[in-house]
Design a protein around this ligand. Structure first.
Ligand code: SF4
Length: 216
């Protein structure tokens, strides 16, 4: 059980939505030409900084307008050029699986695709389909742990109390905007080295209070 209150969760949710609306980052995969490109982008973004993915994504979109184009193109050199060499097997498996069918639009069907795990499926459903899915990764764990003041480790994201908190935090009617806000906030402010002085959550953040930068 993670000790939070509905009032604190609602405050945090509103702060993140407000900040997110004002600081939305217009990465190219946020207005993708197709669901194929949107799903491929989520594969590229796993454990990679968004800024690094931009040129690779743009080149990928030009070269592989459909999964069938990638499935039929044996040229591996291009992946090294794009800086995507370690994603190549995943993207090729995905392209083969989607070469003669539409990109699925439900969590169970997405999870059945090669290389698509919980995070990619949830991100795709919420960000690209507008479904009420909850995204959980190391950045989300770090933010909630700091703000509410509970200890986290590499296993936190898989623990039921944390998953329950993340689900409580995600507004079903506005999951897309909330999840974009989470992504942008944890990339810009609550990073590994947090920028607490610029942070709107500072007045109520447990981490900032403990660090002596909570107020003022
Ligand atoms: S005040 Fe600092 S630690 Fe707390 S949420 Fe903001 S950036 Fe993160």
């Amino acid at each position: 059980m993670i000790p939070t209150t509905e009032e604190a969760r609602a405050w945090l949710r509103e702060q993140l939505l407000t900040w997110g609306a004002a600081n939305f980052a217009a990465f190219p995969w946020r207005t993708p030409a197709s669901l194929w490109h949107a799903l491929a982008a989520e594969v590229m973004l796993q454990r990679t900084r968004a800024e690094q993915v931009v040129p690779a994504y743009n080149a990928f979109v030009q070269r592989y307008p459909t999964p069938a184009h990638l499935a039929a193109d044996p040229d591996s050199a291009v992946f090294a050029t794009l800086g995507l060499h370690w994603r190549e097997p995943l993207l090729r498996d995905l392209a083969r699986a989607l070469a003669d069918r539409p990109v699925p639009q439900t969590l169970p069907e997405l999870l059945a695709l090669p290389g698509v795990g919980d995070y990619i499926a949830a991100a795709f459903c919420s960000l690209h389909l507008g479904q009420p899915a909850t995204i959980i990764d190391a950045n989300v764990v770090r933010l909630y742990g700091r703000f509410f003041g509970f200890a986290t480790d590499g296993e936190t994201r898989r623990k039921r109390p944390f998953i329950a908190l993340a689900q409580q935090m995600t507004p079903p009617e506005n999951a897309r905007a909330y999840n974009y806000a989470l992504l942008d906030f944890t990339r810009e402010l609550c990073t590994v080295t947090p920028d607490c002085p610029r942070c709107p959550l500072r007045p109520r953040c447990a981490y900032a209070a403990a660090a002596g930068v909570g107020m003022g």
